[in-house]
Design a protein around this ligand. Structure first.
Ligand code: ADP
Ligand code: ZN
Ligand code: ZN
Length: 742
């Protein structure tokens, strides 16, 4: 580094994991060698208040806005090279501005937990055992009185390239015996970097199928645009071969030595998904998801950062994975709401990925059978290329959707007679039925027959869900759990009964209706344990006839080739909700669940139980399909000035006091509204649909504008105002840019 630079940066600007939207200045001690080494993206230890903190250097600076004598010197440096590349630093800075979120929190979100805690950015080391020359020639008979040492030396002699600690453990060799052999000069130990941590060596075993004409067209288009920023929406019905298309694209980029980031929904990363990559590529694949421990995550992060891992598959937070040769980002099931973080740093991984790709000048591929209205609008306006696959790959057919009118019908455990008769026929053909109900637990309500008491959460304005198997009452909003009771706390009556049904109840009742049929429930409760989902899918594949009962978990990513009948128990639930996104979500869910039927050779059939068979929306979805439905929905959004045609920011506030959150937002509106540019609209403040959650009273205000610039300016003013006003209050506030929920 030139001499001039050494002395010209006496200050650094540091991001700290604190809820303040600012960087902190520190001095670089004059006489140290540190100045040579400092670079943005490195971690430093700095004094903060009465203690010290780990921070990340965001910039080197010639000056400080603070009185220079008040600026404290940094304490020490953690890294010899940046842990956040310039590329990712720029992405974090953009995200902090766009989402109006504290920069420190954004940068720390981008780092694996262990790096936030000061762990070295290095692969863990592991001891390896080697024989010495003496040890290699040593006769094992001489160790006959020390059988453990004999075993150990024998194994070491058989592994002239060394025996890893892990391998020694697998072979059941005693470390103490190794130590004794080391003392005798027969073995030596050497620490080696464990850089094969989260890595998977794939082995290409599968010959790819010949693409059909639709797939070829899409693939050719994507290949033509593979070297520059280009967003394509691969809009293909379930089973149309979207994955096959992006595997082709990935194959080409890997040949060019690029890295590829594949994003999948939170619970969409099934063993089946991974398998598809493993059988196709002779390259290293790393995973990044919430089921990995901190060390596994750091190893995966390091493999990606080193450029070694060519394919990186991960959920939301993988949008921040380092990848020095990144050449493509794929976002599978791009409509999935798990890409949006709903608390803390409320970013959308899809939007962030697009921004990242733009900065890197690389392509992004969004894939879905039910694209989000946002992406569809972009495709219609030609900002995204729109690649359609309208036929199922191979010989599979699109399932037929039939409405079942529930009006005036007698229901048996929530099923119409028609649904039950169809199930019976399906099972007789030795095929599988999928029953979809987006409500887990046994029943959503527990009530007293004598006095009408209802079991409600003490901390939220919601009823407690009955979970019979676990013998619990459970709040699905704050996670409060209580023992299931059998006596009314108000009137001591023992006549408590449940209202409504959840998946657990349906499972039980189907068991009495279809006695010899295996019934498998798939929801958050039945898949809590780590390998539970894998076991369930295995069971599903083992049986011929079976009934699967589940929530939206069943709609994601799984292939159940023998499912030929899908029953949507309650199609009305989401369509008539108060949220303007209810229609979009329900249509996506119904279409995705329906898409599980008839994926192999057999034709599929979907029954939609509804009290509104003639409702235009339901009719459109059943007869014309998702695309029509969505285009109608978009024109309605346009006429109502709703997203994606208007941009929206929601500011949420919560306080333990019943009034405070509402009062704060009202005061803010009164102070600031006169200052807003024309075309910025405020709605509220109003109470959240569930006002009290986890003991906090929640209020919100919505800001809308046709253009981003005035909206962001208004948001900035409000953020500043709130930061000032809440300094001495216990009110928490959050900014939600492009919110997905109200
Ligand atoms: P999607 O991702 O759209 O749901 P997939 O890529 O998973 O679709 O394809 C569905 C099934 O069809 C898979 O089993 C896949 O191997 C198979 N498939 C895909 N493309 C073809 C093709 N061109 N010819 C034959 N089978 C195909
Ligand atoms: Zn009672
Ligand atoms: Zn609660």
């Amino acid at each position: 580094m030139p001499e001039a630079l050494l002395t010209s940066h006496p200050f650094i600007k540091v991001a700290l994991p604190v809820p303040m939207r600012t960087l902190f200045d520190y001095k670089v001690p004059k006489a140290t060698a540190l100045r040579h080494e400092l670079q943005p993206g490195m971690r430093v230890k700095v004094p903060f208040g009465n203690s010290s903190r780990l921070g990340v250097i965001v910039a080197l600076s010639h000056t400080s806005d603070w009185e220079h004598d008040l600026v404290k010197p940094l304490t020490s440096l953690y890294d010899e090279a940046p842990v956040i590349s310039a590329e990712l630093m720029a992405l974090c800075e953009w995200a902090a501005r766009y989402y109006h979120h504290p920069i420190g929190d954004v940068i720390f979100h981008a780092l694996p937990v262990l790096l936030r805690k000061g762990e070295k950015a290095e692969f863990r080391t592991e001891n390896w055992w080697f024989t010495t020359a003496q040890g290699q020639a040593f006769s094992l008979d001489q160790l006959s009185r020390a059988p453990r040492q004999q075993d150990f030396l024998k194994a070491a002699q058989q592994h002239p390239n060394g025996l890893s600690q892990q391998a020694a453990a697998v072979l059941d060799l005693a470390p103490a015996a190794g130590k004794s052999l080391e003392d005798k000069g027969l073995l030596r130990r050497e620490p080696r970097s464990f850089n094969k941590g989260g890595e998977r060596h794939a082995h290409q075993t599968q010959v790819p199928p010949t693409l059909n004409p639709e797939q070829s067209r899409a693939t050719d288009h994507l290949l033509d645009h593979r070297h520059h920023f280009h967003v394509a929406l691969l809009d293909g019905v379930t089973g149309s071969g979207k994955t096959e298309v992006f595997l082709r694209l990935i194959e080409n980029l890997i040949k060019e030595d690029k890295q590829v980031l594949v994003m999948v929904p939170e619970i969409g990363l099934t063993p089946q998904t991974l398998k598809r990559f493993e059988v196709r590529f002779n390259t290293d694949i790393v995973l990044m998801h919430s089921n990995m421990n901190d060390r596994e995550r750091l190893d995966a992060w390091l493999l990606a950062a080193s450029g070694h891992a060519k394919i990186i598959i991960g959920t939301r937070s993988a949008a921040f994975m380092p990848a020095p040769n990144l050449g493509l980002i794929v976002i599978d099931e791009e409509h999935d709401t798990s890409y949006k973080q709903h608390e803390g740093f409320r970013y959308h991984a899809r939007d962030l990925a697009i921004k990242r790709a733009q900065a890197l000048d690389i392509p992004v591929l969004l894939a879905s059978a039910t694209p989000s209205y946002e992406s569809l609008a972009n495709a219609i306006q030609k900002r995204f290329a729109w690649l359609k696959l309208r036929n199922r790959a191979g010989n599979a057919h699109i399932p037929q959707m039939e409405r079942v009118d529930l009006r005036g019908k007698t229901l048996i455990h929530g099923f119409s007679e028609h649904a039950l008769a169809s199930m019976k026929l399906c099972l007789e053909r030795k095929e599988q039925v999928l029953v979809f109900l987006n409500r887990r637990g046994y029943a959503p309500t527990l009530m007293c027959h004598q006095c009408g008491w209802i079991a409600a959460c003490d901390h939220c304005d919601v009823n407690l869900t009955v979970h019979k198997r676990a013998n619990k009452l459970h709040c699905h909003h704050c996670d409060t759990q209580k023992a299931l009771i059998h006596t009314c706390p108000e009137c001591q009556s023992e006549e408590l009964f449940t209202v409504g049904e959840g998946t657990e109840q349906i499972e039980t009742q189907l068991g009495t209706l279809f006695k010899d049929t295996p019934i498998l429930r798939v929801d958050r409760d039945s898949t809590q344990r780590k390998s539970a989902m894998a076991k369930l899918t295995q069971k599903i594949h083992e049986h011929d006839q079976a009934i699967l009962v589940g929530t939206q978990m069943l709609a994601k990513g799984h292939h159940f080739p023998n499912v030929t009948l899908v029953i949507i128990m309650d199609a009305d639930a989401g369509l008539f909700s108060s949220d303007f996104r209810g229609m979009e979500r329900t249509a996506q869910l119904v279409t995705q669940v329906a898409g599980r039927a008839g994926r192999a050779q057999k034709a599929g059939h979907v029954l939609l139980q509804t009290y509104h068979p003639d409702h235009a929306a339901i009719e459109c979805l059943c007869t014309l399909g998702y695309e029509h439905f969505a285009i109608d929905g978009l024109s309605e959004r346009k006429s109502l000035s709703l997203p994606p045609f208007f941009h929206q920011v929601i500011i949420r506030a919560e306080s333990s006091n019943e009034q405070e959150a509402m009062q704060l937002l009202t005061a803010m509106r009164n102070d600031l509204e006169p200052l807003f540019a024309k075309g910025v609209y405020l709605v509220g403040p109003y109470a959240a649909i569930i006002v009290r959650k986890a003991g906090q009273h929640r209020a919100l205000i919505s800001i809308k504008a046709a253009h981003r610039a005035p909206l962001h300016e208004a948001t900035q003013r409000m953020t500043d105002w709130l930061e000032q006003s809440t300094k001495h209050h216990k009110i928490r506030f959050a900014i939600d840019v492009d919110p997905l929920e109200t």
